[in-house]
Design a protein around this ligand. Structure first.
Ligand SMILES: [Zn+2]
Length: 142
């Protein structure tokens, strides 16, 4: 840590800056690497990058995938661009009704109509999960 050399910094790879996800602004941001502190501030790191077209291209590449596509969960870009999702798993349950009938078919018919003679015994039993194609998924802002 006494030397200013940062080639060995595991956090930034010696660049002194990183493209990070800012949890406050929910946007990607160029920040200095706090592990090696090669730059005095985020601002200094941004100025350094802004002076070099090669570095700017590298930053744009880092911004690119998540800024334009954003949906790919398997991005191996190194930064953690994850989102929170609500996934609705469609489940099938058996719900039991009691009915007096002459045979099984009639019993099903009567329950299908939900007549007054049908007693909902308010008991259900999990059967199985439906195929994942039937599930719902949405981004959660919580
Ligand atoms: Zn570093």
């Amino acid at each position: 840590m006494s030397s200013a050399r940062s080639d060995g910094c595991p956090a930034c790879g010696g660049k002194g800056w990183l493209v990070m996800f800012n949890t406050d602004t929910r946007a990607l941001e160029l920040q200095r690497c706090d592990a090696c502190c090669l730059f005095q501030s985020d601002e200094a790191a941004r100025e350094h990058v802004a002076r070099s077209p090669a570095l700017q291209a590298e930053v744009e590449k880092a911004f690119g995938p998540s800024a334009t596509r954003g949906q790919s969960e398997n991005e191996t870009g190194g930064h953690n661009m994850t989102k929170t999702y609500l996934v609705g798993v469609r489940e099938v349950h058996f719900r039991y009704y009691k009915i007096t009938a002459e045979n099984e078919e009639q019993a099903k018919d009567l329950v299908h109509k939900r007549g007054p003679e049908v007693e909902d015994i308010e008991f259900s039993e999990f059967s199985h999960e439906c195929d994942r194609e039937t599930w719902s998924v949405e981004e959660s802002n919580a």
